[in-house]
Design a protein around this ligand. Structure first.
Ligand code: BEZ
Length: 250
């Protein structure tokens, strides 16, 4: 999915995305100086972390806006533009790492992406990833769906949130040996009194395409209101994240 990122707001207000990603890095077994592709590197915060751990890392992303921020923030690192579903590397790497990216890629393109990843890795290489799993943000998407339906509109779910069985099967079909996979809930704190509305505006863009601003605002405000009893606790908004985290070997 190609969305236009507001890269600075993303970096300033949604830093939890890469802060949680630091835990995923721990799945990489460090032997010697590893060559790493950070696939869907976004603003480069985790690329920097990987580099700080002594890895030789390249960040790849499809978004010019995010790459611009990454290059400005970390001029010492290498960032390249690339499509996760259609890329090749000049040299195969020891590790492909990816955080919070694969749910943006359409289900029909997942296999193609995994084939690119597999091809880009050395034999014995580690593929370490986390993204939105089955049931991710279900309460938020259900609330939006209900508000769309109340206005005679259809809410097209813009993300791919597979079950663990579905995803590990795909990995095995491509040839990976799955060493670890887990699906877990992670209620995630959002920033500020408008935290949930801001989250929806930042991440859920495509269902609102072509809709006038006033109607968008009404739908978002109504959805947020309907979620107050479920996702607002002690003055803090939460998003009902579910993660799928895994490690597979070529
Ligand atoms: C996620 O990281 O799971 C996610 C973030 C924004 C939109 C959808 C999923």
């Amino acid at each position: 999915m190609n969305i236009k990122w507001d890269a600075q707001t993303y970096t300033d207000h949604f830093s939890f995305v890469h802060e949680y990603g630091a835990d995923v890095i721990k799945l990489i077994e460090q032997q010697g100086t590893l060559s790493v592709l950070d696939l869907g590197c976004g603003n480069g915060a985790l690329t920097k972390k990987l580099s700080g751990l002594g890895m030789n890392v390249i960040g790849m992303d499809a978004s010019e806006e995010l790459l611009k921020v990454a290059r400005e923030n970390y001029p010492d690192l290498t960032f390249i533009k690339g499509d996760a579903t259609n890329f090749e590397l000049a040299e195969n790497v020891d590790v492909v790492f990816s955080n919070a990216v694969f749910h943006w890629i359409h289900q029909d393109k997942q296999m193609q992406m995994l084939k690119c990843v597999y091809k880009a890795m050395k034999d014995g290489g580690q593929f370490v990833f986390e993204f939105g799993g089955y049931g991710n943000n279900i309460q938020i998407h259900n609330a939006l769906e209900q508000e769309f339906r109340a206005r005679g509109k259809v809410y097209h779910m813009p993300f791919y949130f597979p079950t663990i069985g579905e995803y590990t099967t795909l990995l095995e079909k491509v040839g990976f040996k799955v060493k670890y996979a887990v699906l877990f809930d992670r209620m995630t704190k959002l920033n500020g009194e408008d935290g949930l509305a801001d989250w929806i505006k930042m991440f859920v863009k495509t269902p609102f395409e072509g809709m006038d601003r006033e109607e968008q605002e009404t739908i978002i405000n109504q959805a947020v209101l309907s979620l107050k009893g479920k996702l607002y606790h002690n003055g803090i908004w939460y998003a009902d994240y579910v993660r799928i985290r895994g490690k597979a070997i070529k």
